[in-house]
Write a protein that binds this ligand. Structure first.
Ligand SMILES: *[C@@H]1O[C@H](CO)[C@@H](O)[C@H](O)[C@H]1NC(C)=O
Ligand SMILES: *[C@@H]1O[C@H](CO)[C@@H](O)[C@H](O)[C@H]1NC(C)=O
Ligand SMILES: *[C@@H]1O[C@H](CO)[C@@H](O)[C@H](O)[C@H]1NC(C)=O
Ligand SMILES: *[C@@H]1O[C@H](CO)[C@@H](O)[C@H](O)[C@H]1NC(C)=O
Length: 141
């Protein structure tokens, strides 16, 4: 009998914690309307349909494994875009309307020519991977 009390408390704790997790996981994935609209435009621009494993309605949390993590959202805005090897040739000029983007990985695509200046407007960008594209032009020092 002495052991049943802590076990019951532990059990209750787990139940409460579970509901807390449920609450958090339901609260965070919903995108702001504006972000949702921009994301849909970006993905239409690239002709990447939701059958490739992304959703504007129900953005995946940061710890999802591929292919569900093409897009990551935190607190209602898009923070990561991981689109390797998608045949992407052009960068939409409005990509940085996703104002909270911190990570963009467009490696192994078909982007040609000069560095896409559209990225200049992503003021929170911390990581940009454009390796294995076909960029050229003058080097800025
Ligand atoms: C999400 O928003 C909450 C409340 O504003 C904040 O406490 C939390 O740090 C934010 N999470 C991230 C990952 O920015
Ligand atoms: C970007 O993140 C900040 C802080 O979490 C938030 O207040 C703001 O609404 C977000 N911007 C967009 C466009 O979602
Ligand atoms: C950055 O955003 C401003 C305002 O939205 C726009 O006028 C400008 O053309 C953008 N710059 C680039 C390099 O896309
Ligand atoms: C890369 O771009 C150069 C010109 O900028 C072009 O000659 C070459 O064919 C391109 N290569 C590929 C694989 O698209």
């Amino acid at each position: 009998m002495t052991k049943s009390t802590p076990t019951f408390i532990q059990f209750s704790f787990y139940i409460i914690f579970f509901y807390f997790l449920l609450l958090v996981s339901h609260a965070s994935p919903q995108l702001h309307h504006q972000e949702q609209a921009v994301l849909v435009n970006v993905m239409q621009y690239w002709q990447i349909s939701s059958s490739n494993g992304w959703s504007s309605a129900n953005c995946t949390p940061a710890d999802c494994s591929p292919p569900a993590d093409l897009i990551t959202c935190i607190n209602g805005s898009v923070t990561k875009v991981l689109l390797q090897n998608q045949g992407i040739a052009l960068v939409p000029p409005f990509i940085c309307d996703l104002k909270n983007l911190t990570v963009i990985d467009l490696s192994y695509n078909l982007i040609q020519g000069e560095f896409p200046t559209a990225f200049y407007n992503c003021s929170k960008l911390e990581y940009l991977d454009l390796q294995s594209n076909n960029l050229s032009g003058t080097q800025h020092r």
